[in-house]
Design a protein around this ligand. Structure first.
Ligand code: ZN
Length: 246
């Protein structure tokens, strides 16, 4: 049991390094690169191909595995994300009744992490992430311990509908769509499909609470009331909280 949790932590650290790079890949693919640009392990600065483990900052940094072309070394923020995903995977493995349920919860968590990273980096949550993963949630609902296709479809519709209501409210109150964007609406659809109709409202309420708390914190840190913050990370945090407390 303990060994399994340690193995899940190690898997999470590796998955965190993939998520860190995948977020950049989705944003690059969206802007310039032609679709089909391959997702091979390569240096984020010069693009030289690297060995897979050299892109795991938690390993590369202490071992000084610099890029042979440009000397790039992954940063400490990447280590923080990798350890964070490792801890999240270990928690999920410790509480999930079966390995299948732990695996699906880990994939949901990784999707939330990638959405958080793209939203923080570019204020974008790509459709190339939320659409396929919403479809994957429908398929995963059939797995043993899954929410079932009815709850997944209803949850996705509820997440989309409720978030659309918030988006419309934002447009009416602020006359702008960037406070709570359409990317957030599609993230809410994925969260609803993944957690099912029984947990979608709880996940969104947690997300709104997390968003409110961070807005207050930013205000205390002296940020202007006019600067908007991305809502995706708060929603992702809320969904993870709902995932581990159900
Ligand atoms: Zn390089």
């Amino acid at each position: 049991m303990e060994l399994a949790v340690v193995a899940w932590f190690a898997l999470g650290v590796f998955a965190g390094s993939v998520a860190y790079r995948l977020a950049d890949y989705l944003l690059e693919r969206r802007s310039a690169d032609p679709p089909g640009a391959s997702f091979t392990p390569r240096c984020p600065r010069c693009g030289a191909t690297r060995r897979l483990l050299a892109n795991v900052a938690t390993i590369a940094r202490p071992l000084r595995q610099r890029c042979r072309e440009c000397g790039f070394l992954p940063g400490f923020d990447q280590i923080a994300w990798e350890i964070g995903v490792g801890v999240a995977f270990a928690i999920l493995a410790a509480i999930a009744p079966t390995a299948v349920e732990a695996a699906w919860a880990a994939i949901v968590t990784l999707t939330l992490v990638v959405a958080t990273l793209t939203d923080l980096r570019a204020r974008i949550i790509p459709n190339a992430l939320t659409f396929p993963m919403s479809a994957a949630a429908m398929v995963a609902s059939f797995l043993p311990g899954g929410v079932g296709i009815v709850a997944a479809a209803l949850g996705g519709a509820m997440g989309f509908g409720l978030a659309m209501g918030i988006w419309l409210l934002g447009r009416l109150l602020y006359r702008r769509g960037d406070v709570f964007g359409l990317g957030d609406v599609k993230l809410a659809m994925f969260i609803g499909a993944a957690l099912g109709s029984q947990d979608v409202v709880r996940a969104l309420v947690y997300g709104i609470l997390a968003g409110g708390a961070s807005a207050v914190a930013l205000l205390f840190l002296g940020r202007s009331r006019k600067t908007t913050m991305p809502y995706g990370p708060a929603m992702a945090l809320g969904a993870f909280a709902a995932l581990v407390t159900r």
